[in-house]
Design a protein around this ligand. Structure first.
Ligand SMILES: [Zn+2]
Length: 376
């Protein structure tokens, strides 16, 4: 196959399903201009929307311990969202963090600084390490690219478990168009809540029963909690001017927050996964998606992105140590981890999955206007 890269962003044929139009512009870009951009700009103009919504959230939360819930990874999106919600609008969120065993020192520092300065309590859900380790190893053994699923799923499940337990109706979600309008291809980052897939991989490769690990099926949290319990997800960053560089300098000056070298690097595992494993084993670099999002929303120049992409996402000088650290922490030898790296590649379609059901759900959400574009 001939190499091809979008003439407008930096997505290329490493996203195997990418399509180019006659001008060489990719379908991510065209989807953004056609389905997302004008709606996003309109949402930004309606300044009263968030004000009114947050007032409603406060009113409904009167006499309760919390009026909403927010999951804090320590990354810039959730950190900035917490700042806006508490400092600017006076909300009283239950702030939780999922400790999957891979927090970087930087993440711990950033979370602590924010919570302290805002005078909040932090609810930390610590995942049983023996279970986490076994679950992550199962994903390595399965050969699929989406090995970060055990961390992601625990986060989603914990969020809904807390919301349910404390009868919280509003979820503040850091998801946003500004830095995430280009989506990762499903081939590499498959749905994190497909329980059929999760259970198939567990049955084949787990040795631990995962009795305390938090699971949540998409039916439970997307249908039952949302439509029968009235839980609402608020993507507040889409209703304010959210410029990554401005958010970073505000967090640094007001909270002593320190930036990460790359998005999602607050977890040491994710850093290894997105910085090394995924690009080196599967040829897909998530920076393409992150940079392309920033290009489309006017926060980065294409030339700058191309320049940065010339360097690998991992540090070649420390990668051997990093590799050994990951292996040791998972309780295996570096040689065993190297074997998983070199084993035949598998994808979500090599295991049981509910892709069709998820696609129908995604189309429905697009139809009713909840989602602007579809992951593919
Ligand atoms: Zn493009």
């Amino acid at each position: 196959m001939n190499y091809k890269i979008c003439t407008n962003c930096v997505m290329d044929v490493s996203d195997t399903k990418i399509k180019f139009d006659e001008k060489g512009i990719c379908d991510h870009c065209n989807d953004f201009y056609k389905n997302v951009k004008s709606q996003w700009e309109n949402d930004l103009k309606s300044k009263n929307y968030l004000h009114n919504l947050f007032n409603e959230i406060k009113k409904e939360g009167e006499n309760k311990d919390f009026d909403c819930i927010l999951g804090l990874s320590g990354g810039v999106d959730s950190s900035f969202l917490l700042h806006v919600a508490v400092k600017k609008y006076g909300l009283r969120p239950l702030v939780f963090h999922v400790d999957g065993g891979w927090n970087s020192e930087l993440a711990v520092h950033n979370i602590q600084m924010l919570v302290d300065k805002l005078g909040l309590d932090l609810y930390t859900e610590v995942i049983n390490w023996e279970e986490m380790k076994d679950f992550q190893l199962a994903f390595f053994k399965s050969g699929v690219p989406h090995i970060d699923l055990p961390q992601d799923h625990a986060f989603v499940a914990t969020l809904y478990n807390f919301a349910y337990k404390h009868k919280i109706k509003y979820i503040l979600n850091g998801g946003n168009i500004s830095t995430e309008c280009v989506r990762n291809p499903m081939q590499f980052l498959y749905y994190g809540t497909d329980m059929l897939q999760i259970n198939d991989i567990r049955n084949k490769f787990c040795t631990n029963k995962l009795e305390t690990y938090p699971f949540s099926s998409v039916l439970r949290h997307k249908i039952y909690l949302r439509y029968f319990k009235g839980v609402k997800v608020v993507k507040a960053l889409n209703h304010i001017s959210y410029i990554k560089s401005e958010a970073l300098s505000l967090l640094e000056s007001e909270y002593g927050w320190k930036p990460y070298p790359q998005k999602h690097f607050e977890s040491r595992f994710t850093k290894f996964y997105e910085g090394y494993w995924l690009p080196q084993r599967f040829g897909f670099d998530t920076r393409r998606v992150q940079f392309s999002s920033l290009i489309l929303t006017g926060q980065m120049k294409r030339e700058e992105a191309l320049e940065q992409l010339k360097k690998p996402a991992f540090n070649p000088e420390t990668i051997d140590d990093e590799f050994n650290f990951i292996a040791t922490k998972l309780g295996i030898s570096s040689l065993e981890l190297r074997e998983y790296f070199n084993m035949p590649k598998k994808f979500y379609w090599d295991y049981k999955n509910q892709e069709k059901l998820f696609n129908i759900g995604a189309k429905f959400l697009k139809f009713i206007g909840v989602e602007k574009s579809i992951k593919r």
